[in-house]
Write a protein that binds this ligand. Structure first.
Ligand code: GPQ
Length: 821
């Protein structure tokens, strides 16, 4: 007889028992002397125990019912902290808080001690994390696949105002959330060469030989949905040396050398590449991509074969695979290799299966971010995959392209999977569109530009493959967890159904006119500002007033996001305050959070410039409280959760046509921070939802940008025509801020001599004017709060539950499977 599992109830007593048991038996600690970390681990494990039951149930039911599952392939998952999210989503928050309280422990302190799981760079990685939350919440059968990086995104420190990077050893002490699955380990081949052989029926077969091999050990992280019993998993692969590979060397007595090889093999999952939206063609990066793709596909195929003997043509009805940008696109030739070389399927049949299985999300139009691999490198690392890509390309160019545009060499050049100009490169974006049945953009404007510009010829050829799926964010983390006070006010006002159906937030609309509601809403905002002011004091040593307008720009540092445009306005205001000390200007705190890619020189120069301006402004007695500038170091998910509820104004000021969607814009608007922004990415749809009277839009549109460039854009024209602008730029590039006039020459040169590629100068005056409108509006607090409430009420569309249900319906054709309690 199987003994009954121990009691895993949700009562305070039951949780207390679990926590104490973990302290004693898992960690070997005395309750009286356990460390803070012991308490945190024991609490996580007590929660995990309650979740695992549902994870097993979900997996079993998904398998038994034979439903299609989606497999989300992403090189990045920016999960942040997990404990509070898991507690709130599973409804265990109150009981756990009480259980710990009764044992003399403060849950909030434990929550704040959790290291962020920062396995991503920015928007793309955080989107993957939001999607995982939504997939479990809306009961979709899903598995996320990625890499178990030993080091996540670097920790940022400022030394004399300059960024310094430190490794992020997020799991040096292990993590209570991950579970090793050694029985599902996979072997991956790399390098080697290809030979032609004949199978038993005399058919030619390619064989990949003399390869090096690597092992992939999967770690599972359970993903808890809100008010649902579906617990999907995020499966992350860790690279390990294949012990057998070095056997020979061992026998020759080169024990130490063999272990060095082992260390080299393990570098594959060592560290996340810290570039956001740029690629640099490094071999290790290609190896990382192939490593996690090969492990994941082998895992998917293993699952397909377990329990059934279905024909391969049924594969797509069991498995949908989503490519999160082109980073996992090598999955397309890998599935072809499995089907053709290993399973012996005819090429055309395999190709049809591939296209039906894969779908692809594009996240950028930036040319420098479109992945291309040099053919030489690709051939060395993945010789068989290159052959497969060549064959796909040949059939495509001589088939569909020739049929539509007979004899048109130019069309073939633009559509080819191989770039031939300036060296030969594999174009991963073209491969992704061709090898899948759906390509989506992440906001309406972005999708339109994909169809009209980046993929215009593919769109002409296959119009039905393209669709828009506007991004979203999970309202659990970005409201319930980060702003429980506002979440409670909303629930007290309209009930709690909005947590599962965000469109219901519209019911708050009429409360914008209710003075009592407005007062409560405003108090919540102010309380958060008090807390953020304390953090600013601690982190930056700057005293700010919670009555000032908190103006926030938090995102990766990139020229296209234009933190330097923000800086131009700040320096303009600084001068104005000095010139005109009695002007009626509402005090403002400019708050930045941003990491620059370690090799992105100009981005680092901009960080240094902002910090240097901040140091002057904050210590200038003539300015006093009117203007403060702070750059919070080490921007990350857990810091975002503190800044966002305290923000009044959200800076979304990218050059039109450059930001595919943006998702920080959604988080800030949801928390009642008004947007100052260009008509770029999802800002366009945010304006449609909140109404143009509740947002500050300025600057060139996509069409105007194109027109201006066609006319010939010259930043010097703006420089000479606008005295304020001229003074501002000259001041920044003088010795005033650092004592060295050379310091910000790179920034000045980028804006003037190098042609201002992101049109800061063209948008400068409209931006300064929009900021003046913000200042005027903020002076009418009643009206401002009303606008803020309407933002919260009207951004329901940007829930990632909506996004995910659209993917499920339009791309994956997935059923919802409800798991019983
Ligand atoms: N994005 Cl290609 C990234 O964060 N990293 C990348 O490598 C690429 C795109 C962002 C993009 O810049 C934002 O506009 C989007 O909101 C975000 O992806 C999610 O789609």
């Amino acid at each position: 007889m199987t003994p009954a599992p121990c009691d895993l109830g949700n009562s305070t007593d039951s949780l207390k028992n679990s926590i104490i048991n973990h302290l004693r038996f898992t960690l070997g600690a005395y309750v009286e002397s356990a460390s803070q970390n012991d308490w945190w681990v024991a609490t996580c494990l007590a929660v995990r125990d309650r979740v695992m039951e549902h994870a097993t149930k979900s997996r079993t039911l998904h398998r038994q019912s034979g439903v299609r599952r989606v497999h989300y392939l992403s090189l990045e998952y920016l999960m942040g902290r997990l404990l509070e999210n898991n507690l709130r989503n599973s409804g265990l928050y109150d009981a756990t808080k009480q259980a710990l309280g009764e044992m003399g422990k403060d849950l909030d302190v434990l929550l704040d001690s959790e290291p962020d799981m920062g396995l991503g760079n920015g928007g793309l990685g955080r989107l993957a994390a939001c999607f995982m939350d939504s997939l479990s919440t809306v009961n979709l059968p899903a598995i996320g696949y990625g890499i178990h990086y030993e080091f996540g995104l670097f920790r940022q420190e400022f030394v004399n105002g300059k960024q310094v990077e430190h490794p992020d050893a997020w799991m040096r002490d292990g993590s209570p959330w991950k579970i090793a699955r050694p029985s599902y380990r996979q072997t991956v081949q790399l390098y080697g060469r290809v030979v032609q052989k004949f199978d038993d029926y005399g058919h030619p077969r390619s064989e990949w030989i003399e390869t090096k091999s690597l092992l992939g050990l999967p770690w599972d992280i359970p993903i808890v949905g809100y008010d649902s019993h579906t617990v999907n998993v995020l499966r992350l692969w860790q690279a390990q040396a294949d012990e057998d590979f070095n056997f020979q060397v061992f026998n020759e007595g080169s024990y130490v050398e063999a272990l060095r090889d082992k260390a080299i093999a393990e570098t594959v999952s060592k560290v996340l590449y810290p570039n956001d939206s740029t690629e640099n063609g490094k071999e290790l990066r290609l190896v990382q991509q192939y490593f996690f793709v090969a492990c994941s596909l082998a895992d998917i195929v293993r699952r397909f074969k377990v329990g059934y003997t279905l024909p391969w043509s049924d594969f797509p009805s069991k498995a949908a695979i989503q490519l999160n940008d082109t980073h996992p696109a090598v999955a397309i030739p890998e599935l072809m290799r499995i089907l053709v070389d290993l399973e012996g399927l005819p090429w055309d049949e395999a190709w049809a299966i591939c296209q039906e299985t894969f779908s692809y999300t594009n996240h950028t139009l930036l040319p420098e971010a479109l992945e291309m691999w040099s053919v030489g490198l690709f051939e060395r690392v993945l010789p068989r995959h290159l052959q497969i890509i060549y064959r796909i390309n040949h059939s495509f160019l001589e088939g569909d392209v020739e049929a539509k545009w007979p004899g048109d060499a130019e069309k073939k050049r633009t559509l080819s999977l191989i770039e031939e100009r300036g060296g030969k490169y594999v174009r991963m974006a073209n491969l992704s569109v061709l090898g899948s049945h759906a390509t989506n953009g992440v906001a309406a404007l972005h999708t339109r530009l994909l169809c009209e510009r980046l993929f215009a010829d593919f769109y002409a050829l296959y119009p039905d493959r393209f669709l828009n799926l506007t991004n979203g964010i999970t309202f659990r983390r970005w409201l319930d967890v980060c702003n429980p006070q506002l979440s409670a006010l909303i629930t007290e006002t309209i009930g709690d159904s909005w947590k599962k159906d965000a469109a219901l937030l519209r019911q708050l609309d009429p409360y914008a006119d209710d003075p009592a509601f407005r007062a409560k809403y405003a108090k919540i905002k102010r309380d958060h500002k008090v807390v953020l002011a304390e953090i600013i004091q601690e982190e930056c040593g700057v005293t700010v007033s919670p009555d000032a307008l908190f103006d926030v720009q938090i995102k990766r540092l990139h020229e296209y996001k234009r933190q330097h445009l923000n800086l131009l306005n700040i320096v303009t205001l600084y001068r104005e305050i000095l010139d005109n000390p009695d002007a009626d200007f509402h005090p403002r705190v400019f708050i930045f959070g941003a990491k620059a890619a370690p090799g992105y020189f100009l981005a680092k120069n901009i960080i240094h410039a902002i910090n240097s301006v901040a140091a002057k402004v904050n210590n200038d007695p003539r300015v006093g409280d009117k203007l403060k500038v702070v750059f919070l170091p080490n921007y990350r998910v857990s810091l975002a959760e503190k800044i966002i509820p305290a923000s009044d104004l959200s800076e979304q000021i990218s050059t039109a046509g450059k930001e595919a969607s943006g998702t920080g814009n959604m988080k800030l608007a949801l928390n009642g921070s008004l947007t100052i922004g260009t008509l770029d990415g999802a800002n366009v749809e945010i304006e449609e939802e909140v109404g143009s009277e509740n947002i500050f839009i300025f600057g060139l549109t996509v069409e105007e940008v194109t027109e201006l460039r066609a006319k010939g854009y010259n930043p010097w024209d703006y420089y000479w025509a606008n005295e304020k602008l001229r003074n501002t730029i000259d001041w920044i590039s003088s010795d005033y801020f650092t004592g060295n006039a050379e310091e910000f020459q790179p920034l000045r040169q980028s804006l003037l001599d190098h042609g201002d590629p992101y049109l800061c100068l063209a948008d400068y005056q409209p931006y300064v004017d929009a900021q003046a409108r913000v200042d005027a509006a903020y002076k009418n607090q009643d009206h401002w709060v009303k606008m803020a409430i309407l933002n919260t009420a009207r951004v329901g569309k940007f829930s990632s539950d909506r996004t995910i249900l659209e993917y499920a319906e339009k791309v994956w054709k997935l059923p919802q499977v409800v798991i019983d309690g």
